[in-house]
Structures are given as C-alpha cells and as structure tokens.
Design a protein around this ligand. Structure first.
Ligand code: KG4
Ligand code: ZN
Length: 340
C-alpha cells in the first residue's frame, strides 16, 4: 500500500485561527478551529489589530492540538500549507510566519494557498470535484462565479461590483438590531417572516454574471426610515425574509444561467453564506429543475477552516507549487493567477 500524503495546513486570514492535517487531499485527520467571534462582537465587526493579536496567542496551541488530534508528529508530515491571501494582512502574516518556521525547522516544502481556492476545495473533502464545474463563492469578503475546467484552473466569470453578499447580510443585520456576525441570525429570522417589503432584484445588464448588493442594502435602510417617519412599526422578521428572498433569487438565477451558458452540469457553492438555509433550499430546487448536480459543503466546512486549505494544497503540492522563505501575505490576490 502506498503511503498517504499528509499536509499540515494553516488558515488565519480573518477571525479564525485554524490548523488541520489532511491525508491525500480528502481525508480530514484533524481540523482545529479557534474562533474569535466573541471578541469582535462588541465592536460590531472584525477589528484587524485585535484579530492579529488573537492569532498570535492561538497559533501554537492550535498547531499542537491539530497534530495531537491527528495522532501524527511533524516528522510524518509531507508539506506545510498556508493561506497566502486574500485577507487581513496582519492576520495572514501570523499564519504565514508559523508555516515558514515549521517548514524551515522540519525541512518540509511550503505551499501557499489562495483563500477562495480553499473555499472551493472544501467541497472536495465531502464529494470529489468533477469538471467542468461552476463555483459560486459567497462569503464575507467575496461574491464570485468561477468556471473551472480542471483542478486549479479558475476563470472568474462574474463578481460583485460593490458589497460582498456576507457583508450585505451583516450590515442589514445591524439595522434590525442583530449582533455580529448577523448573517446566520438574518437567515434564522427569515424563516419566521413574510416577503412583504418587495425589495428590488438587482440583475444588472442582461447576460452579466456580476452582482451588486449595495443598492439592496440601501433599499432596506430607506424602507425602515420611511416606516419610522410614518410612525409605522418595522417588522424585523419581514425585513429579513424580504431581503433574503431578493439575495437568494439573484444568486440562484445567475448561478443557473452561468451553468447553462458554460454548458456545465456540476455546480458547487462555497463560503460562509453557503450555509444559508434559504440559499440551500432554493439552489437545490433550481438545480433539480435544470438537471444540474449540486454540491454544498456541510456548515462547518463552509466557514473559514484549515481543512479546506489542506484540500486545495494537495493539488498544488502535486503540481509542484512551492514557496520559499520570502513568502509574504497578500491582502488581495487574483485567483486566476493560481496554478500558473
Ligand atoms: O467564508 P467566511 O467564514 O469568511 C470570509 O472569508 O468572509 O464567511 C463569513 C460570512 C459572514 O459575513 C457571515 O455573516 C456569513 O458568512 N454567514 C451567513 C450565514 N452563515 C455565515 N450569511 C447568511 N446566512 C448564513 N446562514
Ligand atoms: Zn472565507
């Protein structure tokens, strides 16, 4: 029997310190996630400096726990992978410096990974990716439709022109008094309300796969101001349902249209907002109707974690992608550069 390839991966691009050990890009031996949400809650969002400090405190214990949970030592590991970007620069640098130290001390190859490639490969941990495929990325920082004709081949066919969808969720949540991160709470509230406010669906130009959510966010805020001025009460559950219906209809409509235009029969959804129940339900229904295979990772793999970074790193490792000790964090990187 050939020995499995073990990759130790590190993710620290935002507010989760996470370390994982992945066998052959698919089997999770450990996936330790240390969340900082409680620290950022009181500020209503992620404070970069606070995030960096928590990563510094958490990174070494998280590495130790991930190795312990996987019941392996650094000697057993074939390569060390780390999120290079995009993300908060100070937060990224903590993970990158830890990865460089491990790679140097144990003489292991160092593999830089694009955070969004990680979100896409989260699917691969539960169901093998098949090609060609379309990926809809919906997170706190990204909203993109990406066409993949093979492993590590990323063509961005649509992206947001303003707010990311998770960002719009978090901002709308704040207007109805829900604490950070508001996305999951809006999702929960949306199940209790009705679509009474009739918010716009922003389709942009015909045939465009781009998105725009800032107009919708303003419509939600204006509606609440108008109601208050007229002395009428704002029904928060109805705001949540009306907002979510608008977002979901556009995400589903554009994703299906992109699959048809690119003649793709496999759609994956990735990123924190992929755990949204309304989106999962409607996307499932639409894919059944259009005979498209749909993959969405389970909720714990949708939000930031190192297992997804390890899954993408496996293919980069096989492809010969290597970084040296000059590796630096990059707050923004074009995903189309990956695999070149
Ligand atoms: O992918 P992720 O963990 O971090 C980024 O890379 O951005 O995504 C976090 C985002 C937050 O904006 C959060 O509010 C949103 O995902 N989110 C949700 C849900 N769960 C997380 N948004 C809507 N519905 C959800 N169920
Ligand atoms: Zn993410």
């Amino acid at each position: 029997m050939t020995k499995e390839t073990l990759i130790l991966s590190i993710e620290s691009s935002c507010d989760e310190t996470s370390v994982s050990v992945i066998a052959d890009g698919q089997r999770i031996l450990s996936n330790t996630v240390l969340s900082q949400i409680d620290s950022h809650k009181r500020f209503g969002g992620v404070v970069p400096e606070v995030a960096s400090r928590h990563h510094v405190e958490g990174i070494i214990p998280t590495i130790d726990t991930a190795l312990e949970d996987a019941q392996v030592t650094m000697e057993d590991i074939n390569a060390v992978a780390v999120t290079e970007g995009p993300g908060l620069i100070g937060a990224l640098l903590v993970g990158i410096n830890a990865a460089k130290a491990l790679a140097f001390a144990y003489d292991k190859p160092l593999i830089p990974v694009h955070h969004i490639a990680g979100h896409i490969y989260a699917n691969h941990l539960e169901e093998p990716l098949t090609f060609p495929q379309m990926a809809l990325i919906v997170s706190g920082g990204h909203t993109e439709l990406i066409y993949m004709k093979d492993h590590l081949s990323f063509e961005v066919v649509g992206e947001t022109r303003d707010d990311a969808v998770g960002e719009a969720y978090d901002k709308v949540a704040r207007t109805i008094g829900l604490s950070y991160p508001g996305g999951p709470k809006v999702d929960q509230l949306a199940a209790e309300g009705e679509d009474t406010y009739d918010f716009p669906r922003v389709w942009l130009e015909k045939d465009s796969f781009d998105f725009s959510f800032s107009g919708l966010k303003s419509a939600v805020i204006n509606k609440q101001h108008n109601l208050k001025q007229k002395g009428e009460t704002v029904n928060a559950a109805n705001i949540a349902t009306s907002f979510q219906n608008s977002v979901v209809e556009v995400l589903v409509g554009k994703a299906i249209q992109a699959c048809e235009t690119y003649d793709v029969k496999h759609l994956i959804v990735a990123g924190g907002v992929a755990s949204n129940r309304g989106l999962r339900r409607e996307m499932t229904r639409a894919c059944e109707e259009h005979d498209i295979q749909l993959s969405i990772p389970s909720a714990k793999l949708c939000t930031d974690n190192a297992a997804m970074i390890g899954a993408a790193a496996h293919y980069l490792y096989l492809n010969g992608a290597r970084a040296d000790m000059a590796l630096n964090g990059r707050s923004s990187i074009d995903i189309e550069e990956v695999g070149e």
